[in-house]
Design a protein around this ligand. Structure first.
Ligand code: URA
Length: 212
């Protein structure tokens, strides 16, 4: 597993406002969209393309188009939904599938409560949207779900990650014969006893959707 922290002043600027507890939900949603678009730019560096030629008004030019099959974007419900529009700004022709996962707040283990994904993901590049890589349990379960269906290339986009979550994810995925990359805006300090990222930004879903 590879982890990439996107080190860019605009990313850190937007993330700082997301962290600020006085940022209201409409601003939080808008900034999440902008930040995810920036992360998506890095996360799609190895999106598969095929060579094409086009006729310009002057001459024939070599170029590329996205290769088939289309990349699949998978927001993890609920909070990952707030990242979808930002990602789709960069890859509007991607297919979207949904995975509903919930974390038991006592055991911190993840379980699947909903899924709307193609049965066969053979040869598909998948982009998983999950804002907070905290314990790593949800993301590990989501990645296993996708690779069990045949996905052969996984990139997870997270607003924030905790070192403990990255370590657990790497351990859970050991032996998996599929490249996995995590792209994040920051690697924070640690998790607290409730499994929240410190300093973090609080509960991403609550802040996106205005839950007090
Ligand atoms: N989920 C969140 O929304 N925030 C955290 O800090 C950890 C998990």
């Amino acid at each position: 597993m590879r982890t990439q922290v996107v080190d860019h002043p605009l990313v850190t600027h937007k993330l700082t406002t997301l962290r600020d507890e006085s940022t209201d939900s409409p601003t939080f949603r808008a900034l999440t969209e902008e930040l995810v678009a920036l992360l998506a730019y890095e996360a799609t560096r190895d999106v598969r393309v095929a060579p094409v030629q086009v006729q310009t008004p002057v001459a024939v030019a070599d170029g590329v188009r996205l290769a088939a099959p289309k990349p699949l974007v998978v927001p993890i419900l609920r909070a990952g939904l707030g990242m979808l529009d930002g990602f789709m700004r960069l890859l509007p022709t991607a297919e979207v599938g949904f995975l509903g996962m919930v974390r038991n707040e006592d055991t911190l283990e993840a379980s699947t409560y909903a899924e709307r994904l193609p049965e066969d993901l053979s040869g598909r590049q998948c982009y998983v949207l999950d804002p907070m890589l905290a314990t790593g349990g949800t993301l590990a379960a989501a990645i296993r779900f996708l690779t069990n269906r045949g996905a052969d290339h996984i990139t997870a986009i997270c607003l924030l990650a905790a070192p403990e979550g990255c370590e657990r994810l790497a351990a859970d995925l050991e032996g998996l014969d599929v490249p996995v990359t995590v792209v994040t805006a920051a690697m924070d300090e640690k998790l607290n006893e409730k499994g929240y990222i410190v300093p973090g930004l609080g509960d991403a879903g609550d802040r996106l959707y205005g839950v007090a």
